[in-house]
Design a protein around this ligand. Sequence first.
Ligand code: CUA
Length: 334
Amino acid sequence: MNLFIADAGARSFWMPEVASEYAANVDGLFAFILYLSTFFFILLGFLAFYWAWKYRASVAGDRKSSPIAHNFKLEFLWSAVPAALLVVMFVWGFSDYATVTAAPADALDLRIIGRQWSWSVGYPSMGRECISEQNERGVEVVEFYAPVGRPLKLQMSSEDVIHSFWIPAFRMKRDALPNRYTGFVVTPTREGTFPVYCAEYCGEKHSQMEGRLHVLSQEAWEEKFVNSDLCKMGADDPDYGKNLFARNGCSACHATTEGQPATIGPNLFGTYGTEVDTDKGTVMVDEDYLRESIEEPQAKIVKGFERSGAMPSFKGKLNETEMGALIDYIKNLK
Ligand code: CUA
């Protein structure tokens, strides 16, 4: 039995089960650093005591020590060996980091929203959002679902303070921040139910925002989630984003069809993923820029439009679900 590295699926002595494609790598790196640190701790501790004893005063008598100014070999060794070990840790850690940030094309998008004190999990491509429910202990638990073997692309944000979305069985944790998106990519490798926690102290009920991720076989996923009414909350209308666009008056100033001339604000058709010239330089139209333009329209004015004509701020007028749906709508104008 290996104390520190769990076999696929099994719990180890002190690690939760391994349920993602890189969980075992994370454990391996952790164990490597732990064993290495333990080795040096014991070695150096032993030498310190051994030499303290060997050269103690009663043996040395009144002999003076002979100071050593330099020892090139020793100095080289104690620099090169730790440096080489650190390079190993860096390369190992960085290659794992690369896998958690690069999303394959077939990834399932999940939109994670944290707030004091609950999580909600949206499925933008399916128009669904799983909302938390309070259990008998007063803990807000969001139950959500994913198929086994398909990469998940998680995008996180917060409606208030900093939270941290943590799935221990996946060995993945990332902060959910207000006004900025963060994320990671993970592929569940086992069916089962895995707990989710908030790992950043966020106030009184920090310990009471939880989740349960149900990883299902492809058939069970189709049957229990895709073809069911689970998580169909208000936002399940495919026209939700479009309706918000109209309801908030966006359509009064922004055209959304190809070739239509811009009116008060830029035509939004096909802008996502392109670069636009603004008075603060060229910017990429991505989720963060769209969000900034909705919340702080004065931040960057697209060339050809008047600063004085900039739209009012929508900061605080849209909740995270609405903001996400609106941005999705703009993204899909193509
Ligand atoms: Cu949210 Cu701690």
